[in-house]
Ligand binder design. Structure first.
Ligand code: PGA
Length: 251
């Protein structure tokens, strides 16, 4: 049985008010939610999110906390960095690793991403590994090769029982362009086939779709056989829209 999961990636957005309204909005509709829900706010707000969840946590909804990034190092002279164990200490369970914005804007290489995946797992957390192709790579029919190479590079020595993978066609991130449900399923299926071939539990790793998911396209994407939920950027900043997306996952 694979985990159904919707993860909010707030990026450099949100504030204390959004934390309060999002947590109370999700808790109020706990019975409608068909997936596990994770919120990844900017790191400075993680403790406030934890407090808001524990204050509201009398109902059925379970909201987990994630981080958008972490250091590959556990301690030392790395100004501005946050170690995975520090994230664990303040209540995080997941860390997004290898997001296309980290790869392109912050020049994170496959080697750095592999180190982060291992560091996250060593701290007892679950990495959400993002992989995806550029428009040019898609047009050159390189999509499957690119995503499988990214997974291979990032999962050396990985514990595959504690891993989530998000497929993000880079051309669909924040652009309003979404892969069609068929395009997304085709890549998810190829990823699933690859995981089955090289990991003993390849069948049970949760695979999320990531790229301009909205309330009005979520159900169609999530209905696909190999799509277990989503990683949601812009649409996770609006409580009603995010709640609708969390309720669109097949139960
Ligand atoms: P988007 O972002 O939903 O705004 O396209 C998703 C992401 O980058 O994780």
């Amino acid at each position: 049985m694979r985990q159904s999961l919707v993860i909010a990636n707030w990026k450099l957005n949100g504030d204390l008010n959004l934390i309060e309204t999002m947590v109370s909005g999700l808790m109020a509709s706990a019975t409608e939610l068909t997936s596990d829900v994770v919120i990844c706010p900017p790191a400075i707000y993680i403790s406030a999110l934890r407090d808001a969840i524990s204050t509201a946590a009398s109902t059925a909804a379970s909201i987990s906390i994630g981080a958008q990034n972490c250091s590959e190092n556990s301690s030392g002279a790395f100004t501005g960095e946050i170690a995975p164990a520090m994230l664990a200490e303040v209540g995080c369970e997941y860390v997004i690793v290898g997001h296309s914005e980290r790869r392109s804007i912050f020049h994170e290489s496959d080697a750095i991403i592999a180190n982060k995946v291992n560091a996250v797992q060593q701290a007892g957390l679950t990495p959400v590994l993002c992989v995806g192709e550029s428009l040019e790579q898609r047009e050159n029919n390189e999509t499957i090769d690119v995503v499988t190479a990214q997974i291979k590079a990032a999962t050396v020595d990985v514990d595959s029982t504690k891993l989530v993978i998000a497929y993000e066609p880079v051309w669909a991130i924040g652009t309003g362009k979404t892969a069609t449900a068929e395009q997304a399923q085709e890549v998810h299926h190829a990823i699933r086939t690859y995981l089955r071939s090289c990991m003993p539990n390849g069948d049970t790793i949760a695979l999320l779709y990531d790229g301009s998911v909205k309330a009005d396209n979520a159900a169609q994407l999530f209905a696909q056989d190999d799509i277990d939920g989503g990683l949601i950027g812009g649409a996770s900043l609006n409580t009603d829209e995010f709640r609708a997306i969390c309720s669109a996952v097949k139960g």
